[in-house]
Design a protein. Sequence first.
Length: 416
Amino acid sequence: MSSEWLSRAVNVFKRDVPETPQPFDVECECGQRHTGLRRVRFQHLVCKSCGGSLFILPRDSYPPPLDPAKRKKRRKKRRSKRRPKENKRPTPLDFSQPDEVEIPASEDSSPNSAPKPASNKKLPKEVYEEDPGPGFIIRQIEGTVGFVSAFRDAFLGFWSPHRKIGLLIFCLLAATVFYSIRRSTLAQAEIDAREKFAAAIDLIAEERWSDAKAELKDAVEAVDRLGRTDREASQIRQMHSEIQAFTGLSQYTLFELTEDAEKTYVAEGMEAWQERFRIRYQDEWLIIEGNLRPVHSYQGQNGSLSLELEFPWVVGDRPREVSVLVDFPLAKGLPVVSSEPYDDSPGQYSIFAAQIEDCSLGLNGNWIVRLNPRTAFFWSDEKTYRQTNLNVGSILSQEELEHILAQQAKWMGVRD
């Protein structure tokens, strides 16, 4: 009694298995039809046309198939929905097509008929290739032109007449403010140049050279801001250069520089000397008396006259000659090569100052000392020159010194 009850309870949840197998007729997404017989367990079919998966249940859970006429209409409708639109990007080519596909069974075949073997006939498949012609480029250009046109229209539409008038008023106000500020700045610079120069003259009379150099520096900045090149501006620049030279005068002479260069080069090499020169001598001021003569090229930087100092000195055991080269772009009144002072071979005896720029060996193996042309100038003031104490032991008499300084003052544009 108990075993009969248990078998009934278990069989309640079991499905009735039909005695005869049921046929199935399933259509794949690609349009391929699959027919066969259902089994006790579900079946997994793989479409040979598109590779899609199909699952066949033991029982047919779908309604019976439609009529052939309705089925054709439904198939056409489904294909029309899957067709891509023209304005969409075309799909890439699919080259993974199988060699053999199944031919769909005829619709009038009986449900119990077995599926026919696949043949070598391929089903037509719609493939949309990308247009290789200029259509895509033309569409891109049209899109860009349309964007530019829209931006231009929006920009022009933004500037209404009221906004244009407002912009014009703003520009006029900005120009007026800028002109007023610039005019005020230039007026203040004119006042600063005059007051600073007068204060420097008083400090020079008191021999307060450091304070005078600071005042002259401000005066030079003021005349540079004004862009002045008149005689008073030249006097301010000249006096500032002279005070800057003797207050920053190097503690080493030109002879000591060349002797140190030869010893360091022979003992340690050129690289060691360049490092020593950079630390000890570079940008130091030198005030020199000597004969200047034109070099073979005659032209220096910015079209200025390139001169060479007659240096009666040799260094080392070899020995090596020394050449001192200097340009004077600041000397606007310096005579040309064909003028009298530079026709004689000894050159013109001059007093000048400049910062040391370089000291190295030339192609002929001799030492070449180059002075910075941006700071080179001829001396013009007797009082500042006597402050250097270089006139002590000079070969020049008082009359010769005054004559040379007066001549060089004309070259520098500080005197008629």
